[in-house]
Design a protein around this ligand. Structure first.
Ligand code: AMP
Length: 389
């Protein structure tokens, strides 16, 4: 997610820049000023409480601000993040924003401060007052609003400087220049965000070979639990010995072993653009664990892809593989092959169903040559990158 707050005195250009940014980055726009004006126009209790304060250029009580925001945010379906305009306006609101982001399991990426000299603010607002119809765009009230800003709002900058989140720009530069500077900052933020793909498919659908090839092509880290466990066995680690014993007795490897391995992989993979998860999550429990592991790192699943191949073709592919040197220990007999297909059907298909409630699960036709399927999957990944950036 991309969560941004635009900061600055009245007339700094926050509203003007917001219009462009919410469209370009598909952000949910929250302007506390607009929300309050809506409350006033609707004659609500909150609107009545705010009316005289706004008319005088003062700051509306935090209690009212929290309520208008709460009434607006109940999640952000379909958006890539939030753009706050005119909030936070004092230190208490900075803490409110932190709490709000935590509640939504996210955090503020950047506070962008547009600074303009007082006289520029005044002349811009007086000009706006000719057409805005806003009664607070007149000189006396404007001066009050600027005083409130200097006394109560500007000190909030230090809060964000201390957290390393603040970027300060010259808001008196031409609109287009400011826009470009902001766009550059947001692009940099987006570059830092991980692009995470969960790759599903029945055994034999090609998810392993495709997943590895996609990871190479798009600079993503390939996370496959099977090979990770095999590596532990090969290295003869304590985990490897436990896994080996479980394999020998035909038992599943418990999450207590798999989860720390995935966590370590996430932590060790510095500077990657994202991850491709293959063979994980395999159960509903594992899907909750993966969500939590990503959330803990400020990230989430970007794309869920399901490679579809008809059942008869899967059986034919697995049977053929079992007779080559690519044969896996688990596809040496018909009984074992059928067992794996059944496992996917009963345990993993419900996970795909669960994901389809929160994400678009993109079904990709897995029939045809490797290159044909790879081209279809690449199109999905590239579309994902585009919509994220
Ligand atoms: P704006 O549209 O951001 O210029 O806001 C217009 C007026 O609404 C301000 O002068 C304040 O009186 C009030 N207001 C807007 N946002 C806030 C806020 N976060 N906290 C307190 N008052 C606000």
């Amino acid at each position: 997610m991309l969560n941004i707050a635009l900061f600055g005195p009245p007339g700094a250009g926050k509203g003007t820049q917001s219009e462009f940014l919410i469209r370009k980055y598909n952000l949910f726009y929250i302007s506390t000023g607009d929300l309050l004006r809506k409350e006033m126009a609707g004659g609500t209790k909150l609107g009545l409480e705010a009316q005289s304060i706004i008319a005088a250029g003062g700051l509306v009580p935090d209690e009212v601000i929290v309520q208008v925001i709460e009434n607006t945010i109940t999640g952000n379906p379909g958006y890539n993040g939030f753009l706050f305009d005119g909030f936070p306006r004092n230190l208490v609101q900075a803490y409110i924003l932190e709490g709000l982001m935590l509640k939504l399991h996210t955090s503020l990426n950047r506070l962008i401060s547009l600074d303009v000299p007082e006289e520029v603010s005044v002349s811009r607002l007086l000009k706006r007052g000719l057409t805005s119809g806003r009664s607070d765009d007149n000189e006396t009230v404007i001066r009050n609003r600027l005083r409130e800003y200097a006394e109560k709002t500007r000190p909030v900058l230090q809060f964000y400087r201390d957290r390393g989140l603040c970027v300060e720009l010259d808001g008196s530069a031409p609109i287009e220049d400011v826009r470009q500077r902001i766009t550059a900052i947001l692009s940099e933020e987006l570059d830092k965000q991980l692009f995470n793909v969960v790759l599903f498919g029945y055994p034999g659908s090609g998810r392993g070979s495709q997943g590895r090839a996609l990871a190479r092509q798009y600079d993503l880290e390939y996370v496959a639990t099977g090979p990770m466990l095999e590596e532990e066995i090969r290295r003869g680690t304590a985990i490897g010995r436990r896994v080996g014993a479980l394999y020998d007795s035909g038992q599943l490897v418990p999450d207590e072993i798999v989860v720390p391995l995935i966590e370590k992989k996430l932590d060790d993979s510095k500077g990657v653009k994202g991850f491709i998860f293959k063979g994980y999550p395999r159960t509903l429990v594992q899907s909750y664990i993966l969500d939590a592991l990503l959330k803990k790192r400020g990230s989430s699943i970007s794309r869920v892809v399901d490679i579809e191949v008809p059942m008869l073709e899967l059986i034919a592919r697995l049977d053929e593989r079992s007779r080559t040197d690519r044969s896996m220990p688990y596809d040496t007999s018909t009984a074992k092959i059928v067992k794996r297909l059944q496992e996917h059907e009963t345990k993993t298909v419900p996970v795909i169903r669960k994901y389809s409630q929160h994400h678009d699960v993109i079904a990709v036709d897995g029939r045809g040559s490797f290159d044909e399927v790879f081209a279809r999957l690449s199109a999905v990944i590239e579309e994902g990158f585009r919509s994220m950036r």
